[in-house]
Every structure is written in C-alpha cells, then in structure tokens.
Design a protein around this ligand. Structure first.
Ligand code: CP3
Length: 344
C-alpha cells in the first residue's frame, strides 16, 4: 500500500501525492512564537518539559504547509543522560564540562533504557502524535555515534574535532568501546521513539565529514551500521544525514539507510548515483538561500526540482538547519513554491 503521507511515500520510493518538503531545524529561533517561549525558558527546560517540547514541535506545522514534523529535542540530551553534564552557554553553544579523555571515562558512561533515560522526549512524541492524529508524520531523531563522540571528547563544538580524531588514533580500543556504548544507546533510543509513535527516524552525523574515508570506514562505519540495523527493525524509514561527506559517499552507502540527507556542497544527482541510486534522497538547498528574496528562493528551488524531476524518492529539504536570521515569510515562500512548482 502506498502511504497517504507524501513524505513517507517518498522515503519508500513510492509516488507521493505531492512533492514532500520539511526543513531541518524547522522549529527554532527564526520563529517569533519560538523566541517568545524561549524568553521564558532555557533550551533544556523546553526539551525536558514534554508539553513545551510538543508545543515547539507543532509551531512550524501550524505556520507552514510542511509534510513532516520533527520532535523538538537535541542530540546532546542522550550523552547527558549517559552521565555527561550538559549546558548551553550563550555565545558558545553546547558545553560538556567533564569530557571523555580515557578508557576509564568511557567505562563510567551509563546505558539505561531510553524510556527511563530520556522519558521527556518519549512523552513529547506521544503528545505530538496524539495531537497530529496521523495528519502529518512525525520524525524522531538521534545524533550518530561519531557526532556524539565529537561532543563527548571535545567537550563542545569545534572546527574540525582535532582532539576527537587524535583520541581515536591514539586509543583505538577506548574509541571502539566508546562508539559501541554510544551505538547501543542510540539504537535503543531510536527504537523507543518509534514505539512512542515516530513514523521515521533521522540520524544526524553532522561532523562525519571531518574524517578521511579510510578512517570513517575503520573507526565509524561498523558502529553506525549497527545503529541503522537496529533502527530498521522498526520498519519505519531510516534517514542518515551527514555533511561534507561528498568525497566518501561510496563508504557512506554501505550504511544501509533508506534515505540519505545531503548538504549543499554536492551535486544531488552525482551524489545519488554514488549512493547506488536505489535509495531515497533528502536535501540539499543551501540554507543561506532562505536569507535572500522570494525571487531568488524560487529560482534556486526550481533549479533543484528540475534536476531531480525524473527521480523516485526525493524529499525536498535544506542542506543543514534553518539559520536563525531567516525571515519567516521566506520559509512560507519556499514551502508553497515547492508544492506548486512540482505539481506543474
Ligand atoms: O530540527 C528541529 O526542528 C528539531 C530540533 C533540533 C534541535 N537540535 C534543537 C535545538 C535538532 C534536530 C537538533 C539537532 C542537533 N543539535 C544537531 C544536529 C544537527 C545539526 O545542526 O548539525 C547538533 C549538532 C546539535 C547540537 C547543538 N544544539 C548545537 C550546536 C546548538 C547551537 C547552540 C547555539 O547557541 O546556537 C544546539 C542548540 C539548539 N538545539 C537550538 C535548537 C532549536 C538553539 C536553541 C536556542 O538557543 O533557543
């Protein structure tokens, strides 16, 4: 049976009833309603109060004609629940005050069932699904083991994750132990989100592109493959998103995801071919296009839609998250244009 949801149909490479579109970081600071709520709460408070997380998830779905929601959470609540204290510091981004630097640190990480470790996100998913009542599918997500390890080792954001890569080469045993623990926790978290009602699962590997292809294969691939194999037990589509991985898509394709999310640095058709062709693809408009004018947005979106018009399994998205300076009207222009143009 073909899903009635255009987004799910496209994930399964079936013919959708219209061109699906959703946007990474579609909930967030570019929206006035978000900023108003955020003025009263920290980001972690918003994530950890299920009714607030549910409300923020629904905000972009009320404002725009999007084809999927994504639960409001963050990739870093999982390492926090494993014992790594997390803070969001203004101007600095996420800070983990006791980063992982040794095998002893890895051993201290706790893995508990996701329902117990992250009950707020599981509850928020249930609340959103009740509210959406199957009108719009909801995406659950997690960080990939590598991207989570980057934050866990570095203690925060970094340009190229030098400490993480050095740790990986210097202490391969500790590295694999860390990745194994993270992969188990991520897999369990994704299963719990699907059980709570998430109709697709996205794995964010935002920093995978800081690795050489051979090192990705040796130090990362088997762990992420395991996560994807676990997530696939649910039968819901599994999306793998990464950035700066254009030069190693021949390795990335071995992950076995149903959908690959691409950033804007690759030609979408070249990437699709390198990924083997028989998968769905999501992306890859440059998010800065949304900082421009309706005319420029329409031109770029039309060019992207023209380039994939004969493809099966295409999901429109931007190549990374919505930038906080994006005018809300521009998001509306993009979403409406994509539906209308693709229907011609
Ligand atoms: O897409 C969505 O609408 C769902 C919400 C979502 C958030 N984080 C909420 C959030 C998702 C999918 C994420 C994933 C996430 N978090 C990633 C992977 C995606 C990517 O962007 O590469 C990463 C790397 C993180 C870690 C993280 N969380 C960073 C680097 C920051 C920015 C810190 C800053 O001060 O700019 C966050 C905070 C965060 N997570 C915000 C939102 C909406 C900004 C919140 C705010 O201050 O109000």
């Amino acid at each position: 049976m073909i899903s009635k949801h255009p987004f799910i149909a496209a994930c399964n490479r079936q013919k959708p009833s219209r061109q699906p579109i959703w946007l990474m970081r579609q909930a967030g600071r570019y929206q006035k309603v978000y900023r108003e709520l955020r003025a009263k709460h920290t980001i972690l408070e918003m994530i950890k109060a299920p009714e607030l997380a549910a409300e923020v998830t629904l905000q972009p779905l009320r404002a725009f004609d999007l084809d999927a929601g994504i639960i409001f959470a963050d990739i870093l609540t999982l390492p926090e629940a494993m014992g790594l204290p997390l803070e969001f510091v203004k101007g600095e981004g996420p800070v983990i005050s006791a980063p992982i630097r040794s095998i002893a640190d890895v051993k201290k990480l706790r893995v508990r069932p996701a329902e117990e470790a992250l009950p707020f996100t599981i509850e928020a998913i249930k609340m959103v699904c009740r509210e959406l009542n199957d009108r719009i599918p909801l995406i659950g997500f997690s960080g990939a083991p590598f991207t989570l390890a980057c934050y866990a080792v570095e203690g925060g954001s970094s340009r190229e994750y030098d400490l993480t890569r050095a740790f990986m080469f210097r202490e391969p045993k500790a590295w694999h132990a860390l990745m194994k623990k993270l992969a188990g926790a991520v897999g369990d978290y994704l299963l719990a989100q699907a059980r709570a009602g998430a109709q697709a699962l996205q794995i964010f590997d935002s920093w995978a592109g800081s690795l050489a292809p051979a090192d990705y294969r040796e130090y990362v691939l088997p762990h992420t493959q395991r996560v994807i194999a676990i997530a696939k037990q649910t039968k819901v589509p599994v999306i793998y998103f990464s950035t700066r991985t254009g030069a190693m898509l021949n390795v990335v394709r071995e992950l076995g995801a149903d959908v690959y999310g691409l950033d804007w640095r690759v030609d979408i058709n070249d990437a699709w071919k390198q990924l083997g062709g028989k998968i769905a693809v999501q992306g890859n408009l440059d998010p800065t296009v949304l900082l421009t004018t309706p005319k420029t947005i329409r031109e770029h979106a039309a060019r992207l839609l023209d380039s994939v018009k004969d493809k099966r399994g295409y999901i429109f998205n931007i190549g990374h998250g919505v930038i906080k300076e994006t005018p809300e009207e521009n998001v509306k222009v993009l979403v409406d244009f994509v539906h209308k143009y693709a229907a011609q």
